[in-house]
Design a protein around this ligand. Sequence first.
Ligand code: DX5
Ligand code: ZN
Length: 216
Amino acid sequence: MVKVAPSILSADFANLKGQIEKLEKGGADYIHLDVMDGNFVPNITFGPPLIKKIRNITDIPFDVHLMIEKPERYIEDFVKAGADIITVHVEASVHLHRTIEAIKSYGVKAGVALNPATPLSSIEYVLEYLDLVLIMTVNPGFGGQKFIESTKRKIRKLRQIVDEKNLNLLIEADGGIKLDNYKEIVECGLDIIVVGSGIFEAEDIVERTRMFKISV
Ligand code: DX5
Ligand code: ZN
């Protein structure tokens, strides 16, 4: 069954505790935390202090998506805040292998994210060191954008590579995933879907979270 990682980017931040309880009831597998620096992406969100606060109210694993320049500067801060997976962008970290090793040295899982225009060849030589690859299916920066269809090809191709090489990594997709398109996207070969507005726009967040977990 596909795992669901709700992104709290679209949550009601004035009532974060209540919203996270609903995700728990709905069976969320991870909480996806979108960290933006106003530099790598044209938007600013939150950092380690907020993540640390949320760590006190839930045991769901934290999937931290860093949309920040030179993420290697902040790895330790996000580990201390309670991250279980730390994902950095290939476009934002020059010495990618070093950054991956730094994440793993803390006993945390390491992921790499690719923007829609970035080819899979950019991670060819680090694949074997990764726990997760995050395929961006929108240009990062905002919730509620439209899914980019050409990214399906990238997911299929990565699935093929992972199976052929028998690699032990998870494939995750992020952006524009809704009830009316998630099945065909999951079928491209995903292990995890990130869903933001597709969950938080619902009247009933618990029920909506459950709906995305239905096997395809
Ligand atoms: C986009 C973020 C996503 C976003 C997904 O930059 O990385 O995680 O919150 O939101 P939706 O599901 O609304 O596209
Ligand atoms: Zn994200």
